[in-house]
Design a protein around this ligand. Structure first.
Ligand SMILES: *Cc1c(COP(=O)(O)O)cnc(C)c1O
Length: 416
């Protein structure tokens, strides 16, 4: 009993917070302050020396200075976030994009090669192709579904082996639910790492939340989240996170401090509240998604359903990755209607309960048209190659009564 390890869902209620430091308040207050008073000038000097990594303070704990550097809500949130992925440390951000961009800027320099998976989140795609491109970072894409040999050939054909610095992947891919093998990414990274250059593997794990896929366990170095999605879970905030080793997160936080991409105290507090129900929310959504997927697969107006639970049928080659890497079939699915944009729009315009909106991972179900909305910017030939058609609808299944969700889908399909 002495060595009992509490599960993350238990730790979410109080981990990292000491009531005695806040008048006995059971819940962590919102420390809505920009700056913190030092007890003495000597203390202020010591905190700054620690903040800037000066020697002589080994083993000492740094105090609070200024909310761009540290704040109790941000720090306690980070302590809790790291638990789900068994990471040594976490960093919280003002958005998923600030987590992704700060991490990339933190490790990539001009001349470096970034290998990334396609399809990728639109904001990340723009960051890689507009911002990093202007800073001289060379981006090379690979497709979800490519095997190790294909990817290595691509690196070799581009003569990019010595310059490779980061492999960045989103798995499952949005909106096709194709899987990428994280262990394979990690093997490729090892093959191109040298004594003075470790190739890092970064995984955007937003689609699976912190519950259903744990990239660090499969050899990834950094896990990234749009906390806006499952972690926040109520479609009422924008936030992001990075999880990894102490050393990796230290580098990321150094950049966060100078970019000013940290999370604010109020949003940190909202996320702590969200984390208490993360597990039951995500499990309820996954249970509903399974019912919705099984309904859609038998509907005569539906041509194909992209759902992790249908991987054996859709992508039999990816089955070993599904079994090894995923703890659930998740709650994100897409489907092709028979027809095209016209049929997809009739369906979307006739939904009564499900909102027509982008984003995902909230308590409410959302539907959107990837071809003209989230993936509008992807060139048409690339969409064709990825199987992203204009007859596709993406659903983020929420935690409503499942029968109401199916009812709504059915009555909208009747109008098609
Ligand atoms: C939403 C999303 C992001 C960006 O997150 P923001 O909080 O909107 O900046 C990044 N990656 C994925 C997979 C997302 O779904």
């Amino acid at each position: 009993m002495a060595n009992h390890n509490f599960a993350p869902e238990t730790q979410m209620m109080g981990y990292g917070y000491k009531p005695a430091l806040s008048e006995g308040s059971v819940k962590c207050p919102i420390f809505q302050t920009s700056t913190f008073a030092f007890k003495t000038a000597e203390e202020g000097k010591a905190f700054f020396e620690m903040a800037y990594g000066k020697p002589g303070h080994e083993g000492e704990e740094m105090g609070l200075i200024y909310s761009r550097i540290n704040n109790p809500d941000m720090e306690i949130l980070e302590e809790r976030l790291k638990l789900w992925d068994s990471g040594e440390a976490a960093a919280a951000f003002s958005s998923g994009m600030s987590a992704i961009s700060t991490t990339m800027m933190g490790f990539l320099k001009p001349g470096d090669v970034l290998l990334f998976s396609n399809p990728i989140y639109g904001g990340t795609h723009k960051f890689i192709h507009f911002v990093l491109h202007n800073w001289g970072v060379i981006a090379i894409g690979f497709n979800a579904g490519d095997c190790k040999e294909d990817i290595i050939k691509r690196i070799e054909d581009n003569n990019a082996g010595d310059k490779l610095r980061m492999i960045y992947a989103e798995t499952p891919a949005n909106p096709t639910n194709d899987l990428i093998d994280i262990e394979m990414c990690s093997q490729i990274a090892s093959a191109y790492s040298t004594a003075d250059k470790k190739v890092l593997v970064a995984i955007d794990n937003t689609y699976m939340g912190p519950l259903w896929q744990h990239p660090l366990k499969h050899g990834a170095d950094i896990v990234l989240y749009a906390a806006t999605k499952y972690i926040g879970g109520h479609s009422d905030l924008i936030a992001g996170a990075a999880v990894g080793s102490k050393e990796i997160i230290k580098t990321i936080k150094k950049h966060r401090t100078v970019f000013g991409t940290m999370i604010d105290p109020h949003t940190s507090w909202l996320l702590m509240r969200s984390l208490e129900t993360l597990k039951i929310r995500m499990e309820a959504a996954a249970t509903n998604a399974e019912k919705v997927a099984n309904y859609l697969i038998h509907h005569p107006k539906v041509e194909k359903v992209y759902y992790l639970g249908f991987t054996p049928k859709n992508n039999p080659k990816q089955l070993p990755v599904l079994v090894r890497q995923f703890l659930s079939n998740g709650a994100m699915l897409s489907f092709d209607l028979i027809g095209g944009e016209k049929e997809a729009f009739v369906f979307l315009n006739n939904l009564k309960h499900i909102k027509l909106a982008v984003s995902l991972g909230g308590t409410e179900s959302l539907a959107e048209h990837p071809f003209t909305m989230t993936h509008a910017d992807v060139p048409t030939d690339e969409k064709n190659r990825l199987g992203l058609t204009d007859k596709m609808v993406r659903l983020s299944v929420g935690i409503e009564n499942w029968y109401d969700i199916v009812y709504d889908i059915e009555q909208a399909l009747n109008e098609v």
